[in-house]
Design a protein around this ligand. Sequence first.
Ligand code: PLP
Length: 452
Amino acid sequence: MQTDIALFTQLCDTILKEELQEPVAKPIPASKLYDTLDLSLQSEAIIDEQLKSILITLIKSTPKTASKSFFNQLFGGRIGKATLGELLAVMFNNSMYTYKVAGPQVGIEKQVLKNICKLAGYPDNSEGTLAPGGSMSNMMALIMARDYKNKSARTEGLSKPMTLYTSKESHYSIAKNAALTGIGRNQVRLVNTNNKGEMLAEHLNELITEDIKNNLEPFFVNATAGTTVLGAFDDIEAISKVCKTHQLWLHVDGAYCGSVIFSKSYKHLIKGIEHSDSFSVNAHKMLGTPLSCSIIITKHKEQLYNSFSNDAEYLYQTDEDDFNPGKTSLQCGRRNDALKLWTLWKSVGTNGLEKIVNKQFEMAQIARDYINNHKDYTLYSFDNSISVCFNYKNVSANTLCTALYKNSELMVGFGKFNNNEFVRMVTINSLLEKEDIFHFFDTLEASAEKIC
Ligand SMILES: *Cc1c(COP(=O)(O)O)cnc(C)c1O
């Protein structure tokens, strides 16, 4: 083991150097992958030196998501104290189902959840868990809502169609989860948005009223804190009023930007969060922990147990339910995803988490200012968003993003809203500085000139 750790440390140094020297790894076309790299598995063992040299080749060609040229997705960068927690979790290798097997790690998870419940303004007896990602957190919310409305759904299945509501701009996992949970994709109602991509509460109300008239059973509304393309925040307060009128479960999908809950300056974007029934947030997005770290909390502790507990004599042999988190989780064996958030939170404090969040909004504002000050750009996104959406001259976003990737210049993607396709630059890496933003635009412009 000691030699493996030593090798690991050496490889980490290589990764950190590579990230600086070659921030965008030269992409290997998927069709040529097996011809370019030797990924074969053979019957005989190889010596460590050989393994090392193969791993170094792999490091060189693996995309660098922590580099300052990565603006491609809703995660990026690397925060040391969170990575430390993740590496420790790997070494501990506990499974987060019982106190017997995970010990104080259970307390760490509970502490993280408790503090997030408090920030959300949920009552003291609220509860939560960590799911294997935001999509699965959304699924847990959907299942709780289904069972809350329909007490026999767990045992008998559905007897009549149940309908759910989410905006056109929400994450695809909502429809996918409807399919997975027996609700059915056709029971998903897509609510219209305004020109900023925010759900229209009036349209939501119309759709619900219509379904009730048709003898269907509405049960769940999903509001989004940070939509996937524009980074828009639905008006939770307005939506919660509609939910209250019709007695529907309100879930807030904060996978992308729910971390504004840690910031006094930006928490107003999720105003009314205390009225929701459940709330999820991915710490591996805005807080910059390694993948994955997805938290789901709910006010309805009993529903979390009712929907997810199963007796298992071979597993639960000691301690109370409260310290056996396997009673409220989606899976059985479960990674310790809480520790990386705890080590980060413990080391920088809530004020430090706030700085991480605020920094991303500052960088996005710098990017928007740049765009607004340069006439060759058109801006499509809005204030208070860390997704900066734009076009440059008349260059197609798709062509530009692909050229930047193929030439190992920048990793950035494109998106679409209201029939406009545009570059979507995500300033989610809190280690970025002003110079990195300007470097992004310089690089993009130089690349565009070659295409024009
Ligand atoms: C990223 C994202 C998800 C999915 O989270 P995963 O961890 O990738 O499964 C869900 N909803 C929104 C709004 C997201 O941005």
